[in-house]
Design a protein around this ligand. Structure first.
Ligand SMILES: C[S@@+](CC[C@H](N)C(=O)[O-])C[C@H]1O[C@@H](n2cnc3c(N)ncnc32)[C@H](O)[C@@H]1O
Length: 307
């Protein structure tokens, strides 16, 4: 279990005072992203190992082919029918090394969906570079020609995408059908910027477009005990360990104008799990879902922009 905690809560290891945390927003930390230690963590060479396919671990590969894939495909089925004919335009924010997006592009192509374009964004230039390299290795040249990765922050997605792609706001607004964010929106919550992110996602999606957000569940016991340990060690670290509740993950999407299709807990397999733990937790998942679903590892929000 230690590697699980390490991988998923490692973002809470830097010292709050060094990064200018304040709690102006209802007790929640406000973080200046440029100076923040998460940025440093996600621009380190280590980040590439954690967030690219070959070295990320068995757990995440399993999830991309099972739990996450099921969620994505169910969400894509909710898109208006005509999207299928012209091809899906996708975006992943906070994409890291692009594992989700690249896998999804392959899966959709394999399953006969047409992907018109797929864009991944992240605030880490190092990870965006790694994602571009991954695209070279994992996609066919035809798929690659439709995939692009660029640096942009989740909370200023529209503005930065517009600048990076050299496209007017008006061209980008209402242009995507499917947007995902995996294990990244919690950073917006920590900075009090979750509504900015949800609003930009809303603006970027076409009417009928769907957004999927997956992130850590604050009720998962290991995340809670890691938090307690940190509190024992140093009180100021509480802020960096802050995890939103399911209602908090959902609220900005409701406020931005989305219809929420799903808001629930799911998934018992850590990204960092090895083969044994993945097999064990896969076998135990039906029972765990029955007896303790609200304690599962991830929170899931699926939201649709009204037609
Ligand atoms: C835990 S990793 C997840 C990466 C990827 N989504 C995955 O599932 O493999 C969190 C990612 O969010 C990115 N991130 C954190 N805060 C961000 C922000 N404010 N804007 C854009 N990206 C951010 C990090 O650089 C990192 O790639």
């Amino acid at each position: 279990m230690k590697s699980l905690i390490d991988q998923n809560v490692s973002q809470g290891t830097c010292n709050g005072s060094a990064i200018g945390l304040s709690t102006a927003n209802s007790g929640r930390p406000m973080v200046s992203e440029e100076s923040d230690c998460f940025f440093r963590e996600y621009t380190s060479p280590d980040a590439i190992l954690k967030y690219t396919t070959a070295t990320a671990g068995v757990g995440i590969s399993y999830l991309l082919d099972h739990d996450y894939k099921t969620v994505y495909l169910e969400a894509i089925k909710r898109l208006p029918q005509q999207v299928g004919q012209h091809g899906i335009r996708m975006l992943e924010f906070g994409c890291g090394g692009g594992m989700n997006l690249l896998h999804l592009v392959s899966v959709l192509s394999r399953d006969g969906f047409s992907v018109a374009s797929a864009i991944g964004t992240d605030f880490s230039p190092v990870l965006i570079q790694a994602a571009n390299k991954e695209a070279e290795s994992y996609l066919t040249s035809q798929q690659r020609s439709r995939v692009q990765f660029c640096v942009a922050k989740n909370q200023t997605l529209l503005e930065e995408l517009s600048a990076r792609l050299g496209q007017e706001f008006s061209k980008l607004e209402n242009s995507f059908h499917f947007i995902i964010g995996v294990n990244t929106i919690r950073y917006c919550h920590r900075a009090g910027k979750q509504l900015d992110c949800a609003r930009d996602v809303f603006r970027l999606l076409a009417p009928g477009g769907v957004c999927v957000v997956i992130d850590m569940n604050d009720r998962f016991p290991a995340f809670r005990s890691a938090l307690k340990n940190k509190l024992r060690g140093k009180k100021s670290q509480e802020e960096e360990c802050y995890l939103p509740s399911l209602d908090e993950y959902t609220a900005p999407f409701q406020q931005a104008g989305f219809e929420v299709l799903r808001s629930e807990h799911f998934c018992w397999i850590p990204h960092s799990a090895g083969r044994f733990l993945t097999t064990l937790l896969h076998a135990m998942s039906p029972v765990l879902n029955m007896v303790a679903r609200s304690r599962a590892m991830r929170s899931l929000v699926v939201a649709k922009k009204p037609l």
